[in-house]
Design a protein. Sequence first.
Length: 411
Amino acid sequence: MSLRPPDLPSGKRRLTLLGATGSIGTSTLDIVARHPDRFEVVAFAAHKNWQKMMVLIERFRPKFAVLSDHAAARLLENELKHRKTTTTILAGDDALATVAALPEADTIVAAITGAAGLPPIVTAARHGKRILLANKEALVIGGAWFMNIVRANNTVLLPLDSEHNAIFQCLPPVDAARGTRAHGVRKIILTASGGPFLNLPSEKLNGATPEDACAHPVWKMGQKISVDSATMMNKGLEVIEAHWLFGMPPGDIEVVIHPQSIVHSFVEYEDGSTLAQLGTPDMRTPIAQALAFPERIPAGVTPLDLARMRDLSFSAPDIERFPCLMLAYGALRAGGGATTVLNAANEVAVAAFLARQIRFTDISAVNRQTLAAFANVSAPNDLDSALALDQKARRVASERIAHLPAPDFSS
């Protein structure tokens, strides 16, 4: 069942790391290196960064390494011919599913971003693996049918997002394990930094560049999630994720702006108590919590110095500045396949913005127009139908982008 506290095995946790070359992968491997007596990497997977993968192979000596890009995999394999390694190199999307199901690995760290990360996560769930989930799309695209697979295979699902991991830590130990609404909980409150444009005058958002959007004031993240933070779509996707992880309806999931990123989320109880999880903004904290759960291990994170904190501020999000957040709430309330459509449209729109094909403010417009084109669309009931709907939505989003005027970022 989702979020069931696992029993610690007698030996090491044996990991398959999906997204090894990204920021989550880097933080995970930092913790693995600090605790070689507790963790061992069986397999790495990434898209096409073969140079970084080569460094990781030489350091951690996994049994398998996968690059979904075939050309990059060939380059990696050719380079490793001149080095002493026993790692087997695999290529392609099918290879991702192969390492997600390896009998040698008991834990899957799911850190491949976007819809591309969904198939291997589904494979891992079907094999009853312990999944440390950093891929929001598994729940945004998968929703009910993915959670049904999780429950049917007694899969352990532990959240790595700092906000959802904070909520998990603030729920009662028994109820947190159920994947349904915990007894006595009134609502959950997700904190958001507000991103790099929190205080930028609204009239200047049209001219925001990809470099501006990726300059997050607190967190160091990949480009896609950085842009999502700037639009607050990232928080919208987290609202959808929280709905499925914790069984909370959208009306009982609140978002507040907290620029300091010290409080990672709250759980409000019926008796008036509100519990919060605080910590230095460092992804190694939630990763270490999930890796070692139910124990605690050092993560190399600088502890909070509460005496030196001058203030912790909170405010409601400006829905005019951040329309993507409301689009996510609307898609969740609409049900059906709306969240699948929204995620697909957003991935296409963000990629177009990063490629300087559309303006920053066009992202929300493309998302809204694509959602409108799929009004009342039925919910997918399996991986194939979810990916089919994802592709249809991508085509519509691309058509909307083709009709937009090219932006001028030179001014």
